[in-house]
Design a protein around this ligand. Structure first.
Ligand code: SF4
Ligand code: SF4
Length: 71
């Protein structure tokens, strides 16, 4: 699953715009990942302030620095 790992999000909407599966909802002061997410990591890779990470079932985080997104 994709999670928000810090409070740096400025709600720029970039992740919402690039998500191929319409899996991110942007609210006034919050983003939420919905069930359409496939864990492709594009949003993790593209977030300019490194707010998102892939979090596996054991709670291990893969942030942008370690993301291996391949289009
Ligand atoms: S791209 Fe990053 S900063 Fe912009 S809305 Fe998404 S999570 Fe927030
Ligand atoms: S990991 Fe991929 S499918 Fe999931 S919210 Fe991010 S861009 Fe969308």
């Amino acid at each position: 699953m994709i999670g928000v790992i810090n409070d740096k999000c400025d709600f720029c909407g970039t992740c919402v715009a690039v998500c191929p599966f319409d899996a991110i909802d942007l609210y006034e002061a919050r983003i939420a990942i919905n069930q359409r997410c496939t864990d492709c990591m594009l949003c993790v890779w593209i977030c300019p302030v490194e707010t998102l990470a892939l979090i596996d079932e054991q709670g291990k985080m893969t942030p942008r620095a370690a993301a291996e997104f391949t289009a």
